[in-house]
Design a protein around this ligand. Structure first.
Ligand code: WQD
Length: 334
């Protein structure tokens, strides 16, 4: 049985991926520092998939802790989700984002190299494309220019580090998956986006607002060059994001591959609030406020996924509406 290390495996995307890895017949070990997730997620994974994965609470900045995990188990591959991921927050805490995302990943790669583990799927971000030259953003679009946040720059830097590892070791296999806004929850209602504290992201904030746990949704600016003045984003169902990661794991090859995981279309903030209102059955209140700190919000972002379709046989299969229905079910049960 192939054994996979999942970093950030108690987090939103990581936990959904762990379920599908177990269901796919893989043995899974999870490491996570629990800075933005809860260890109880492992029990929910067991309720869904029948197996509670081995777990070690380890921060990637604790190189000795990471080494101990690799000394305990031999891994066939690493799926790397651990990191900080809020665009707005990264504008206020850049050094913490570079430490967690870049330094943490370099620590992980140094230990992988030491133990001869040379296969990694990196959960990257379509924010590495920065200001898009054209839309939809294609797999071969320019990267690294006009990235508007330390978060996006940290993801870009990690991709550069991975590419340089491939440059000096022909045995290394890297797949970097670029996506924008994962949303939704597991069909069981047992897993979903459950950040610690007030959500930075739009969809979990709307969900908690609709559930009466938070005040009205604040719309960060409605003066953008878009159909209704609010930003457009490529919201992709979490289950489609996970199937993309599994498809990539099954087709790893030497060198570095990158793939967009995207819907090919976008929705505005107000459209998302409207869909949520339809699902909840009442008009959700919102308040338009100033744009977010430092212009981190690019007006329109969505991408095409032709390369993943052609090479991985992957396409999105679920809709934004289905994702929001799942979020509301999750919010009502969490
Ligand atoms: C979406 C839109 C906000 C909250 C995401 C992921 C990040 C990365 C990049 C993968 C923006 C607006 C938000 C709120 C609002 N993905 N908004 N009120 O910034 O697109 O970043 O894509 O790597 O991990 O977070 O996502 O959900 O924060 O914002 O008006 O309370 O909603 O301005 O236009 P973002 P988001």
């Amino acid at each position: 049985m192939k054994r996979i290390l999942v970093t950030g495996g108690t987090g939103y995307i990581g936990s959904h991926t762990v379920v599908e890895l177990i269901r796919g017949g893989y043995e899974v070990v999870v490491i996570d520092n629990l800075s933005n997730s809860k260890v109880e997620v492992l029990d929910r994974i067991k309720r869904i998939a029948g197996v509670r994965p081995e777990f070690r609470q380890v921060d990637l900045m604790d190189a000795e802790g990471v080494r101990e995990v690799f000394a305990e188990w031999q891994f066939d591959a690493v799926m790397h989700f651990a990191g900080l991921k809020a665009v707005g927050e990264s504008m206020e805490k850049p050094l913490e984002y570079y430490e967690a995302n870049v330094a943490g990943t370099v620590n992980l790669l140094m230990v992988m190299k030491k133990f001869g583990v040379k296969r990694i799927v990196f959960s990257s971000s379509a924010s590495v494309y920065g200001e898009p030259e054209s839309l939809p953003i294609r797999d071969d679009a320019r990267v690294g220019v006009g990235i508007t946040s330390p978060y996006g720059r940290s993801k870009y830097m990690v991709e550069q580090v991975l590419g340089d590892w491939c440059m000096v070791d022909a045995e290394v296999e890297v797949t970097s998956l670029r996506y924008f806004n994962p949303i939704g929850a597991h069909e069981s209602g047992l897993l979903g986006e459950d950040p610690n504290g007030v959500p930075n992201n739009l969809v979990p904030f709307i969900a908690q607002s609709a559930a009466g746990k938070l005040g009205v949704v604040k719309v960060f600016g409605d003066d953008y060059e878009t159909p209704d003045g609010t930003c457009v984003r490529d919201y992709i169902h979490i289950t489609d994001v996970v199937s993309g990661h599994l498809a990539a794991l099954g087709k790893m090859k030497k060198g570095m591959q990158t793939y967009n995981l995207s819907t090919g279309a976008g929705k505005t903030v107000l459209e998302m609030i409207g869909i949520f209102s339809d699902v909840v059955g009442r008009e959700l209140a919102y308040e338009v406020v100033a744009r977010r700190v430092g212009g981190a919000d690019v007006p329109v972002l969505y991408a095409s996924a032709d390369r993943a379709s052609e090479e991985l046989g992957w396409r999105t299969e679920r809709t934004v509406e289905e994702a929001i229905e799942g979020v509301w079910k999750w919010q009502s049960e969490v």
